[in-house]
Ligand binder design. Sequence first.
Ligand SMILES: NC(=O)c1ccc[n+]([C@@H]2O[C@H](COP(=O)([O-])OP(=O)(O)OC[C@H]3O[C@@H](n4cnc5c(N)ncnc54)[C@H](O)[C@@H]3O)[C@@H](O)[C@H]2O)c1
Length: 390
Amino acid sequence: MADKIRIALIGCGGIARGHVKRLLEIPEAEIVSLVDTDPNCLASYKENFPELKDIPVFSDYRDALGADNLDAVHINTPHTLHFPQIMDSLDRGLHVLTEKPLVCSVKEAKEVIAAAEKAGKVLLISYQRHYAPDYVYIKNEIEKGTIGQVTAIAALQGQDWLRGQKGKWRQDPALSGGGQLNDSGSHLLDIMLWTTGLAIDKVNAYIDNRGADVDINSAVSIQFTSGAIGTITVIGDQPGWWEDYTVWGTEGAIFLRNGKVTFWVRGQEPYEPTDLPAGSNPDQNFIDVVLGRDTNKTPAICGLRGIELWVELEDAPSGGQVEQLGKTVELAEVLDVSRDGEHVTTLNPSRDYYSAVAADPNAPLQSFFEGETTSEVGRTEGFSRDLWSA
Ligand SMILES: NC(=O)c1ccc[n+]([C@@H]2O[C@H](COP(=O)([O-])OP(=O)(O)OC[C@H]3O[C@@H](n4cnc5c(N)ncnc54)[C@H](O)[C@@H]3O)[C@@H](O)[C@H]2O)c1
Protein backbone atom coordinates (compact mmCIF):
# COMPACT_ATOMS: atom_id res chain seq x y z
CA MET A 1 0.00 0.00 0.00
CA ALA A 2 1.16 3.55 -0.74
CA ASP A 3 2.08 5.98 2.06
CA LYS A 4 -1.36 7.49 1.75
CA ILE A 5 -4.79 5.93 1.35
CA ARG A 6 -5.79 7.03 -2.16
CA ILE A 7 -9.50 7.75 -2.45
CA ALA A 8 -11.96 8.34 -5.29
CA LEU A 9 -14.91 10.50 -4.30
CA ILE A 10 -18.08 9.17 -5.94
CA GLY A 11 -20.78 11.84 -5.81
CA CYS A 12 -19.70 15.46 -5.39
CA GLY A 13 -22.82 17.09 -3.98
CA GLY A 14 -23.68 18.55 -0.59
CA ILE A 15 -22.46 15.99 1.92
CA ALA A 16 -19.25 15.19 0.04
CA ARG A 17 -17.94 18.70 0.80
CA GLY A 18 -17.68 17.79 4.47
CA HIS A 19 -15.87 14.57 3.61
CA VAL A 20 -13.40 16.48 1.43
CA LYS A 21 -12.68 19.00 4.19
CA ARG A 22 -12.04 16.25 6.72
CA LEU A 23 -9.98 14.12 4.34
CA LEU A 24 -7.80 17.10 3.45
CA GLU A 25 -6.90 17.37 7.14
CA ILE A 26 -5.83 13.73 7.44
CA PRO A 27 -2.14 13.38 6.49
CA GLU A 28 -2.55 9.72 5.46
CA ALA A 29 -5.46 10.41 3.09
CA GLU A 30 -5.31 11.59 -0.49
CA ILE A 31 -8.24 12.26 -2.83
CA VAL A 32 -7.07 11.11 -6.25
CA SER A 33 -10.21 11.44 -8.38
CA LEU A 34 -13.70 12.93 -8.44
CA VAL A 35 -16.80 11.34 -9.93
CA ASP A 36 -20.14 12.96 -10.63
CA THR A 37 -22.67 12.71 -13.43
CA ASP A 38 -23.15 16.48 -13.20
CA PRO A 39 -20.19 18.40 -14.68
CA ASN A 40 -21.21 21.52 -12.75
CA CYS A 41 -20.65 19.68 -9.47
CA LEU A 42 -17.20 18.58 -10.60
CA ALA A 43 -16.35 22.13 -11.70
CA SER A 44 -17.57 23.53 -8.40
CA TYR A 45 -15.34 21.14 -6.42
CA LYS A 46 -12.34 22.08 -8.54
CA GLU A 47 -13.08 25.74 -7.91
CA ASN A 48 -13.72 25.43 -4.20
CA PHE A 49 -10.91 23.04 -3.33
CA PRO A 50 -7.62 24.18 -4.90
CA GLU A 51 -5.99 20.99 -3.57
CA LEU A 52 -8.14 19.00 -6.04
CA LYS A 53 -7.71 21.17 -9.12
CA ASP A 54 -5.30 18.81 -10.93
CA ILE A 55 -6.88 15.43 -10.20
CA PRO A 56 -8.86 13.54 -12.85
CA VAL A 57 -12.65 13.69 -12.99
CA PHE A 58 -15.08 11.05 -14.27
CA SER A 59 -18.76 10.99 -15.08
CA ASP A 60 -18.96 7.18 -14.71
CA TYR A 61 -17.67 5.75 -11.43
CA ARG A 62 -16.61 2.53 -13.17
CA ASP A 63 -13.99 4.49 -15.10
CA ALA A 64 -12.59 5.86 -11.84
CA LEU A 65 -12.45 2.35 -10.36
CA GLY A 66 -10.21 1.27 -13.24
CA ALA A 67 -7.32 3.48 -12.11
CA ASP A 68 -4.21 1.79 -10.70
CA ASN A 69 -3.61 4.37 -8.00
CA LEU A 70 -6.67 3.64 -5.90
CA ASP A 71 -7.14 2.12 -2.44
CA ALA A 72 -10.61 3.26 -1.46
CA VAL A 73 -13.81 5.07 -2.40
CA HIS A 74 -16.18 7.43 -0.65
CA ILE A 75 -19.78 6.99 -1.89
CA ASN A 76 -21.98 10.10 -1.55
CA THR A 77 -24.71 9.43 -4.11
CA PRO A 78 -28.50 8.90 -4.13
CA HIS A 79 -29.52 5.87 -2.09
CA THR A 80 -30.40 3.25 -4.71
CA LEU A 81 -26.99 3.78 -6.35
CA HIS A 82 -25.13 2.72 -3.20
CA PHE A 83 -25.57 -1.01 -3.80
CA PRO A 84 -23.99 -1.29 -7.27
CA GLN A 85 -21.31 1.25 -6.39
CA ILE A 86 -20.36 -0.59 -3.18
CA MET A 87 -20.36 -3.99 -4.90
CA ASP A 88 -18.27 -2.83 -7.86
CA SER A 89 -15.79 -1.11 -5.55
CA LEU A 90 -15.37 -4.17 -3.35
CA ASP A 91 -15.08 -6.34 -6.44
CA ARG A 92 -12.23 -4.09 -7.52
CA GLY A 93 -10.54 -4.72 -4.13
CA LEU A 94 -11.19 -1.27 -2.67
CA HIS A 95 -12.11 -0.18 0.83
CA VAL A 96 -15.47 1.61 1.00
CA LEU A 97 -16.88 4.42 3.09
CA THR A 98 -20.52 4.93 2.14
CA GLU A 99 -23.03 7.50 3.18
CA LYS A 100 -26.28 6.35 4.77
CA PRO A 101 -28.51 4.51 4.29
CA LEU A 102 -26.14 1.63 3.60
CA VAL A 103 -28.31 0.23 0.79
CA CYS A 104 -32.04 -0.16 0.23
CA SER A 105 -32.99 -3.71 1.25
CA VAL A 106 -32.05 -6.40 3.73
CA LYS A 107 -30.93 -8.61 0.84
CA GLU A 108 -28.62 -5.91 -0.49
CA ALA A 109 -27.28 -5.19 2.99
CA LYS A 110 -26.37 -8.82 3.54
CA GLU A 111 -24.78 -9.00 0.11
CA VAL A 112 -22.53 -5.98 0.63
CA ILE A 113 -21.52 -7.19 4.09
CA ALA A 114 -20.69 -10.64 2.73
CA ALA A 115 -18.80 -9.09 -0.20
CA ALA A 116 -16.70 -6.95 2.14
CA GLU A 117 -15.95 -10.00 4.24
CA LYS A 118 -14.94 -11.98 1.20
CA ALA A 119 -12.78 -9.17 -0.18
CA GLY A 120 -11.24 -8.54 3.24
CA LYS A 121 -11.94 -4.84 2.81
CA VAL A 122 -13.30 -2.18 5.15
CA LEU A 123 -16.95 -1.25 4.68
CA LEU A 124 -17.87 1.70 6.88
CA ILE A 125 -21.15 3.60 6.95
CA SER A 126 -20.91 7.30 7.65
CA TYR A 127 -23.12 7.52 10.74
CA GLN A 128 -21.45 10.53 12.33
CA ARG A 129 -23.39 10.35 15.59
CA HIS A 130 -21.21 7.38 16.63
CA TYR A 131 -18.34 9.89 16.78
CA ALA A 132 -20.24 12.78 18.37
CA PRO A 133 -19.32 13.52 22.02
CA ASP A 134 -22.95 13.78 23.19
CA TYR A 135 -24.11 10.48 21.70
CA VAL A 136 -20.93 8.64 22.71
CA TYR A 137 -21.40 9.94 26.26
CA ILE A 138 -25.01 8.77 26.33
CA LYS A 139 -24.05 5.32 25.07
CA ASN A 140 -21.26 5.02 27.66
CA GLU A 141 -23.51 6.09 30.54
CA ILE A 142 -26.23 3.65 29.52
CA GLU A 143 -23.62 0.88 29.44
CA LYS A 144 -22.37 1.95 32.89
CA GLY A 145 -25.91 1.69 34.24
CA THR A 146 -26.22 5.35 35.29
CA ILE A 147 -29.93 5.37 34.49
CA GLY A 148 -30.48 1.71 35.38
CA GLN A 149 -32.20 -0.62 32.99
CA VAL A 150 -33.59 1.10 29.89
CA THR A 151 -37.39 1.14 29.94
CA ALA A 152 -38.34 3.60 27.18
CA ILE A 153 -36.82 5.64 24.36
CA ALA A 154 -38.13 8.51 22.25
CA ALA A 155 -36.28 9.74 19.17
CA LEU A 156 -37.55 12.67 17.17
CA GLN A 157 -36.17 14.53 14.20
CA GLY A 158 -37.80 17.23 12.15
CA GLN A 159 -36.79 19.40 9.22
CA ASP A 160 -38.32 21.20 6.27
CA TRP A 161 -37.75 18.18 4.03
CA LEU A 162 -41.08 18.24 2.20
CA ARG A 163 -40.41 21.69 0.74
CA GLY A 164 -36.60 21.62 0.70
CA GLN A 165 -36.40 18.37 -1.28
CA LYS A 166 -39.39 18.92 -3.57
CA GLY A 167 -38.58 17.90 -7.15
CA LYS A 168 -35.20 16.46 -6.13
CA TRP A 169 -33.98 12.86 -6.08
CA ARG A 170 -34.87 12.41 -2.40
CA GLN A 171 -38.57 12.52 -3.29
CA ASP A 172 -38.12 10.21 -6.29
CA PRO A 173 -38.53 6.66 -4.90
CA ALA A 174 -36.48 5.18 -7.74
CA LEU A 175 -33.41 7.07 -6.49
CA SER A 176 -34.17 7.54 -2.81
CA GLY A 177 -35.51 4.05 -2.06
CA GLY A 178 -37.86 5.66 0.46
CA GLY A 179 -38.70 8.95 2.10
CA GLN A 180 -37.71 10.88 5.19
CA LEU A 181 -37.83 7.79 7.43
CA ASN A 182 -35.28 6.05 5.23
CA ASP A 183 -33.19 9.21 4.87
CA SER A 184 -32.69 11.24 8.05
CA GLY A 185 -34.78 8.74 9.97
CA SER A 186 -32.06 6.21 9.32
CA HIS A 187 -29.91 8.09 11.87
CA LEU A 188 -32.61 7.78 14.53
CA LEU A 189 -33.11 4.06 14.01
CA ASP A 190 -29.36 3.63 14.23
CA ILE A 191 -28.73 5.66 17.38
CA MET A 192 -31.63 4.06 19.20
CA LEU A 193 -30.21 0.58 18.61
CA TRP A 194 -26.56 1.58 18.97
CA THR A 195 -26.77 3.61 22.19
CA THR A 196 -28.91 1.07 24.03
CA GLY A 197 -27.81 -2.24 22.48
CA LEU A 198 -31.47 -3.30 22.51
CA ALA A 199 -33.02 -5.59 19.91
CA ILE A 200 -36.42 -4.96 18.36
CA ASP A 201 -39.29 -7.35 18.92
CA LYS A 202 -42.34 -5.61 17.40
CA VAL A 203 -42.99 -2.46 15.43
CA ASN A 204 -45.91 -0.63 13.91
CA ALA A 205 -46.30 2.77 12.33
CA TYR A 206 -48.52 5.45 10.91
CA ILE A 207 -47.01 7.19 7.91
CA ASP A 208 -48.23 10.33 6.18
CA ASN A 209 -46.85 11.26 2.76
CA ARG A 210 -48.22 14.83 2.97
CA GLY A 211 -48.98 14.57 -0.74
CA ALA A 212 -45.45 13.53 -1.80
CA ASP A 213 -44.43 10.29 -3.54
CA VAL A 214 -42.51 9.15 -0.46
CA ASP A 215 -43.11 9.12 3.28
CA ILE A 216 -42.78 12.52 4.96
CA ASN A 217 -44.11 12.22 8.53
CA SER A 218 -43.83 8.94 10.42
CA ALA A 219 -44.84 7.81 13.89
CA VAL A 220 -43.21 4.47 14.69
CA SER A 221 -43.86 2.44 17.86
CA ILE A 222 -41.40 -0.20 18.97
CA GLN A 223 -41.32 -2.94 21.55
CA PHE A 224 -37.87 -4.29 22.33
CA THR A 225 -37.13 -7.87 23.29
CA SER A 226 -36.13 -6.64 26.77
CA GLY A 227 -39.64 -5.29 27.30
CA ALA A 228 -38.56 -1.66 26.83
CA ILE A 229 -40.71 0.44 24.52
CA GLY A 230 -39.80 3.23 22.11
CA THR A 231 -41.03 5.70 19.55
CA ILE A 232 -39.44 7.25 16.50
CA THR A 233 -41.07 10.38 15.15
CA VAL A 234 -39.72 11.67 11.87
CA ILE A 235 -41.27 14.87 10.64
CA GLY A 236 -40.38 16.17 7.19
CA ASP A 237 -42.93 18.95 7.26
CA GLN A 238 -41.79 21.45 9.90
CA PRO A 239 -40.17 24.91 9.76
CA GLY A 240 -36.57 23.85 10.40
CA TRP A 241 -34.15 21.40 11.94
CA TRP A 242 -34.79 19.80 15.34
CA GLU A 243 -33.32 16.67 16.91
CA ASP A 244 -34.40 15.29 20.21
CA TYR A 245 -33.46 12.00 21.89
CA THR A 246 -34.58 10.74 25.31
CA VAL A 247 -33.81 7.50 27.10
CA TRP A 248 -35.60 6.56 30.33
CA GLY A 249 -34.33 3.93 32.73
CA THR A 250 -35.29 2.45 36.08
CA GLU A 251 -32.97 4.93 37.85
CA GLY A 252 -33.24 8.06 35.74
CA ALA A 253 -33.38 9.63 32.29
CA ILE A 254 -31.16 11.26 29.67
CA PHE A 255 -32.41 14.13 27.55
CA LEU A 256 -30.61 15.30 24.42
CA ARG A 257 -32.16 18.41 22.89
CA ASN A 258 -30.37 19.76 19.81
CA GLY A 259 -26.94 18.90 21.21
CA LYS A 260 -27.57 19.75 24.89
CA VAL A 261 -27.37 16.72 27.20
CA THR A 262 -29.20 16.62 30.54
CA PHE A 263 -29.12 13.75 33.02
CA TRP A 264 -31.74 13.32 35.70
CA VAL A 265 -30.97 10.52 38.11
CA ARG A 266 -33.56 9.60 40.72
CA GLY A 267 -32.98 11.52 43.98
CA GLN A 268 -30.69 14.13 42.36
CA GLU A 269 -31.19 17.43 40.60
CA PRO A 270 -30.95 17.34 36.78
CA TYR A 271 -27.40 18.10 35.61
CA GLU A 272 -25.58 18.84 32.36
CA PRO A 273 -22.42 16.70 32.17
CA THR A 274 -19.20 18.59 31.48
CA ASP A 275 -16.92 15.60 30.92
CA LEU A 276 -18.04 14.68 27.40
CA PRO A 277 -15.41 12.74 25.45
CA ALA A 278 -13.50 14.20 22.52
CA GLY A 279 -15.24 13.77 19.18
CA SER A 280 -14.02 12.25 15.96
CA ASN A 281 -15.54 11.55 12.55
CA PRO A 282 -16.18 8.68 10.14
CA ASP A 283 -13.45 9.81 7.72
CA GLN A 284 -10.73 9.64 10.38
CA ASN A 285 -12.02 6.28 11.58
CA PHE A 286 -12.10 4.96 8.01
CA ILE A 287 -8.46 5.85 7.42
CA ASP A 288 -7.47 4.43 10.82
CA VAL A 289 -9.28 1.15 10.15
CA VAL A 290 -7.74 0.80 6.68
CA LEU A 291 -4.33 1.39 8.27
CA GLY A 292 -5.12 -1.25 10.89
CA ARG A 293 -4.82 1.11 13.86
CA ASP A 294 -8.46 1.22 14.98
CA THR A 295 -11.67 -0.82 14.86
CA ASN A 296 -14.57 0.08 12.60
CA LYS A 297 -16.89 2.19 14.77
CA THR A 298 -19.68 2.24 12.20
CA PRO A 299 -19.58 -1.17 10.51
CA ALA A 300 -22.09 -1.96 7.83
CA ILE A 301 -24.09 -4.01 10.30
CA CYS A 302 -25.42 -0.72 11.72
CA GLY A 303 -26.90 -0.02 8.31
CA LEU A 304 -28.44 -3.47 8.16
CA ARG A 305 -30.13 -2.94 11.53
CA GLY A 306 -31.84 0.21 10.30
CA ILE A 307 -32.99 -1.50 7.12
CA GLU A 308 -34.29 -4.46 9.10
CA LEU A 309 -36.56 -2.19 11.06
CA TRP A 310 -37.64 -0.31 7.96
CA VAL A 311 -38.48 -3.53 6.18
CA GLU A 312 -40.27 -4.82 9.27
CA LEU A 313 -42.61 -1.85 8.95
CA GLU A 314 -43.51 -3.07 5.52
CA ASP A 315 -44.41 -6.51 6.82
CA ALA A 316 -48.11 -5.82 7.13
CA PRO A 317 -50.20 -8.57 8.70
CA SER A 318 -52.65 -8.44 5.82
CA GLY A 319 -50.03 -9.91 3.53
CA GLY A 320 -48.47 -6.70 2.35
CA GLN A 321 -51.55 -4.53 2.06
CA VAL A 322 -52.54 -1.38 3.86
CA GLU A 323 -55.55 0.88 3.93
CA GLN A 324 -54.96 4.14 2.14
CA LEU A 325 -57.76 6.65 1.80
CA GLY A 326 -60.33 3.92 2.10
CA LYS A 327 -59.02 1.69 -0.66
CA THR A 328 -56.71 -1.26 -0.24
CA VAL A 329 -53.48 -0.94 -2.16
CA GLU A 330 -50.38 -3.04 -2.42
CA LEU A 331 -47.93 -1.92 0.20
CA ALA A 332 -45.24 -1.82 -2.45
CA GLU A 333 -47.22 0.80 -4.31
CA VAL A 334 -47.02 3.30 -1.53
CA LEU A 335 -43.88 2.39 0.32
CA ASP A 336 -41.60 -0.08 -1.34
CA VAL A 337 -40.37 0.74 -4.78
CA SER A 338 -36.82 -0.45 -4.87
CA ARG A 339 -36.93 -3.13 -2.24
CA ASP A 340 -37.04 -6.80 -2.96
CA GLY A 341 -39.81 -7.61 -0.51
CA GLU A 342 -37.66 -10.01 1.47
CA HIS A 343 -38.95 -10.21 5.01
CA VAL A 344 -36.76 -10.08 8.07
CA THR A 345 -36.35 -13.45 9.66
CA THR A 346 -34.74 -12.22 12.81
CA LEU A 347 -33.47 -8.97 14.21
CA ASN A 348 -31.29 -10.57 16.82
CA PRO A 349 -28.12 -11.39 14.88
CA SER A 350 -27.34 -7.70 14.95
CA ARG A 351 -27.63 -7.49 18.71
CA ASP A 352 -25.54 -10.64 19.02
CA TYR A 353 -23.05 -8.99 16.74
CA TYR A 354 -22.64 -6.09 19.15
CA SER A 355 -22.05 -8.47 22.07
CA ALA A 356 -19.53 -10.40 20.04
CA VAL A 357 -17.74 -7.29 18.85
CA ALA A 358 -17.46 -6.09 22.42
CA ALA A 359 -15.62 -9.34 23.16
CA ASP A 360 -13.70 -9.48 19.89
CA PRO A 361 -13.54 -6.38 17.68
CA ASN A 362 -12.41 -8.53 14.77
CA ALA A 363 -15.27 -11.02 14.98
CA PRO A 364 -16.31 -12.04 11.44
CA LEU A 365 -19.68 -10.63 10.43
CA GLN A 366 -20.89 -13.43 8.26
CA SER A 367 -21.52 -15.84 11.12
CA PHE A 368 -24.23 -13.55 12.47
CA PHE A 369 -26.40 -14.15 9.46
CA GLU A 370 -26.22 -17.88 9.60
CA GLY A 371 -28.71 -20.08 11.38
CA GLU A 372 -31.36 -17.40 11.54
CA THR A 373 -34.61 -18.47 13.10
CA THR A 374 -38.02 -16.95 13.18
CA SER A 375 -38.59 -17.90 16.80
CA GLU A 376 -37.16 -14.70 18.22
CA VAL A 377 -38.70 -12.25 15.89
CA GLY A 378 -41.91 -10.42 16.68
CA ARG A 379 -44.01 -9.87 13.62
CA THR A 380 -45.57 -6.55 12.96
CA GLU A 381 -48.88 -6.47 14.76
CA GLY A 382 -50.46 -3.62 12.94
CA PHE A 383 -49.69 -1.20 10.20
CA SER A 384 -51.78 1.72 9.17
CA ARG A 385 -51.17 4.48 6.71
CA ASP A 386 -53.37 7.52 6.87
CA LEU A 387 -52.93 10.29 4.36
CA TRP A 388 -53.95 13.71 5.58
CA SER A 389 -53.71 15.23 2.14
CA ALA A 390 -54.39 13.68 -1.21
N1 LIG B 1 -24.63 11.62 7.21
C1 LIG B 1 -25.46 12.64 7.03
O1 LIG B 1 -25.86 13.32 7.97
C2 LIG B 1 -25.90 12.97 5.64
C3 LIG B 1 -26.38 14.24 5.33
C4 LIG B 1 -26.75 14.51 4.01
C5 LIG B 1 -26.67 13.53 3.06
N2 LIG B 1 -26.22 12.28 3.40
C6 LIG B 1 -26.17 11.21 2.40
O2 LIG B 1 -25.20 11.52 1.42
C7 LIG B 1 -25.62 11.01 0.17
C8 LIG B 1 -25.66 12.15 -0.83
O3 LIG B 1 -26.54 13.14 -0.35
P1 LIG B 1 -26.31 14.69 -0.71
O4 LIG B 1 -27.10 15.45 0.27
O5 LIG B 1 -24.87 14.99 -0.83
O6 LIG B 1 -27.03 14.74 -2.12
P2 LIG B 1 -26.68 15.71 -3.32
O7 LIG B 1 -27.82 15.65 -4.26
O8 LIG B 1 -26.24 17.04 -2.80
O9 LIG B 1 -25.40 15.02 -3.98
C9 LIG B 1 -25.46 13.79 -4.67
C10 LIG B 1 -24.49 13.87 -5.81
O10 LIG B 1 -24.44 12.61 -6.46
C11 LIG B 1 -24.33 12.86 -7.86
N3 LIG B 1 -24.72 11.69 -8.61
C12 LIG B 1 -25.96 11.27 -8.96
N4 LIG B 1 -25.89 10.11 -9.64
C13 LIG B 1 -24.58 9.78 -9.71
C14 LIG B 1 -23.87 8.70 -10.28
N5 LIG B 1 -24.49 7.71 -10.92
N6 LIG B 1 -22.52 8.69 -10.17
C15 LIG B 1 -21.86 9.69 -9.54
N7 LIG B 1 -22.48 10.75 -8.97
C16 LIG B 1 -23.83 10.79 -9.06
C17 LIG B 1 -25.23 14.07 -8.09
O11 LIG B 1 -24.95 14.73 -9.31
C18 LIG B 1 -24.90 14.91 -6.87
O12 LIG B 1 -23.83 15.80 -7.11
C19 LIG B 1 -26.96 10.33 0.42
O13 LIG B 1 -26.74 8.98 0.69
C20 LIG B 1 -27.46 11.03 1.66
O14 LIG B 1 -28.40 10.30 2.43
C21 LIG B 1 -25.84 12.01 4.66
